[in-house]
Design a protein around this ligand. Structure first.
Ligand code: ADP
Length: 311
């Protein structure tokens, strides 16, 4: 039997998390300290995990919405226009005055394919359940799926997923939930708040799993699967190795990676994988097909700069 996460195509998928500005610099070779270099290219784009995933989900033809906090600074028009350009709804997001938009500077080396990231966040507040419940109406059945990016507001994220789960209990149709555990610093929260048991789908990154001592994706999903609630799914992407996933129905399934002819920009590969996998699951695809689709789209993303040319 297949895992059944089919959602009504008219319902939106909501991505909850960070939006920031990314400045990507493409270099032939990683620079040495205190030296001057010329970049092959430099481009600015809307970033943040949930924001990137909403972009890809929309590019794939899905109805995507982003929910997060937007700083009311000089970057706000860029971010708003860019959401519009990619057809991502964002108007329920909270705009905070007198705050600075977080910024990420990325160095992409063509020689080593390394991705070096410098992130600055000067106190943009994190989302709370109060923001979520006041701005997102779950009673109108607009949403089929809500994906949460695991951030420092773990306690509030746990409350938001619990809130959705409670609403599901009183409704005939359910909103599926997913949670991404990417950064290792999220690990203690998963244990302390027993967040393992909250989402229907748990995405665990390679960085997260490695930091917890796992050496391969199969080992990671098998182990994390013991912690999630009955009927839930665990999915783990592992760079050039592809991805693995586990559910009661499918057991352990894997997909290879699909490398492009030239690796140009791996920034957002994980976010792309999540968006494409959710897109496929929401269309009723079996778990193995869904992660394979995730790997294919994420592989294509590695071969293009930014998201503009993603097919
Ligand atoms: P992150 O961007 O979060 O570090 P990963 O590196 O685990 O995420 O990559 C996510 C997915 O992107 C992988 O499962 C794989 O399908 C694809 N991917 C990443 N790097 C490559 C690569 N070098 N070649 C082909 N596919 C890749």
């Amino acid at each position: 039997m297949d895992d059944c996460f089919l959602i009504d195509g008219n319902k939106r998928t909501l991505f909850v998390g960070l939006v920031c500005v990314d400045v990507l610099n493409l270099v032939s070779k990683f620079p040495e300290e205190d030296a001057e270099y010329r970049c092959i290219d430099s481009y600015k784009q809307r970033g943040g995990n949930a924001s990137n995933s909403s972009t890809v989900f929309s590019l794939l033809g899905g109805a995507a919405e982003f929910f997060g906090i937007l700083a009311d600074d000089t970057e706000l028009p860029f971010i708003q226009n860019n959401f519009e350009k990619f057809g991502v709804k964002f108007k329920n997001s909270v705009v905070k005055p007198n705050k600075i938009c977080p910024r990420t500077v990325v160095i992409l080396s063509l020689e080593s394919h390394s991705r070096t990231t410098l992130h600055t966040n000067k106190g943009l507040p994190e989302l709370t359940l109060d923001d979520f419940s006041k701005n997102i109406s779950l009673s109108s059945s607009e949403y089929g799926w809500i994906h949460f990016e695991g951030r420092d507001n773990a306690h509030e994220i746990a409350r938001m997923i619990t809130y959705v789960n409670e609403i599901n209990k009183n409704n005939s149709t359910s909103i599926f939930t997913s949670l991404e555990a990417e950064k290792l610093r999220f690990a203690p929260h998963l244990d302390k708040l027993d967040m393992w048991k909250l989402p229907d789908v748990l995405f665990v990154s390679k960085e997260f799993a490695r930091g917890q001592g796992y050496t391969c994706m199969e080992q990671a999903v098998t182990s994390y699967f013991r912690k999630v609630k009955n009927g839930a799914v665990v999915i783990c992407a592992w760079g050039e190795m592809g991805a693995a996933a586990m559910s009661d129905q499918s057991g352990l399934v894997t997909s290879p990676a699909f490398p492009p002819s030239e690796i140009l920009d791996t920034c957002g590969a994980g976010d792309t994988f999540i968006a494409a996998t959710l897109f496929a699951l929401g269309r009723g695809k079996a778990l193995q097909m869904a992660i394979k689709f995730g790997c294919k789209v994420a592989g294509s993303k590695c071969g293009v700069q930014g998201f503009n040319n993603l097919k």
